[in-house]
Design a protein around this ligand. Structure first.
Ligand SMILES: Cc1cc2nc3c(=O)[nH]c(=O)nc-3n(C[C@H](O)[C@H](O)[C@H](O)COP(=O)(O)O)c2cc1C
Length: 158
């Protein structure tokens, strides 16, 4: 089944995770960055995987708008949903539930929490200040959960 991974990213973590995921899926998987891709023809794909990241509690606006606009078209697809974020457990679930509409969450074949990264090289001055203050982190760090990406891929394929 042809698969599209449609994602939005601010500092590149969701892109990295999308590429890792694509490598775990069959070869007929295509990647679409919502910021840079031309119009995506959803009709060409039976499987749609939507991924985004959380900044200040909110998922990327481009992803949110894309889902709102295409909700009807997405309704008859096999769906996977994943999030990149640094929060874990209940907070991560809350962010996930706010990021994706109930209609998609209820029928998603796989839901993934892929962890996240703080990439100081890509942050602006304000972002750096926020992360230093709130997360008490001074340097870039990664806690991408590669096992969760693998598990997500397995669930999508079976
Ligand atoms: C300014 C800023 C705010 C953030 N706010 C949150 C947040 O509210 N909750 C969370 O779980 N992670 C938060 N994060 C962590 C991001 O979700 C994480 O860096 C993620 O890997 C970003 O993915 P992206 O590079 O694809 O945008 C924040 C990161 C930055 C830089």
């Amino acid at each position: 089944m042809d698969t599209a991974i449609i994602y939005a990213t601010k500092h590149g973590c969701t892109e990295k995770c999308s590429q890792t995921l694509a490598n775990e899926l069959p070869a007929n998987t295509q990647l679409f960055n919502l910021e840079t891709s031309d119009i995506i023809n959803i009709d060409n794909y039976e499987v749609i995987i939507l991924g985004g990241s959380i900044h200040a509690g909110m998922v990327n606006k481009t992803l949110k708008k894309y889902i709102e606009k295409n909700l009807a078209l997405l309704s008859d697809k096999k769906i996977g949903l994943f999030l990149c974020c640094m929060e874990e457990n209940d907070k991560a679930i809350e962010q996930f539930n706010n990021a994706f509409p109930e209609k998609l969450r209820n029928r998603a074949t796989a839901k993934g929490f892929f962890g996240g990264e703080f990439n100081f090289e890509k942050m602006n001055f304000i972002e750096k200040a926020i992360i230093k203050k709130i997360a008490h982190i001074e340097d870039s760090m990664s806690k991408i959960n590669y096992q969760n990406i693998k598990t997500f891929a397995t669930e999508m394929i079976k």
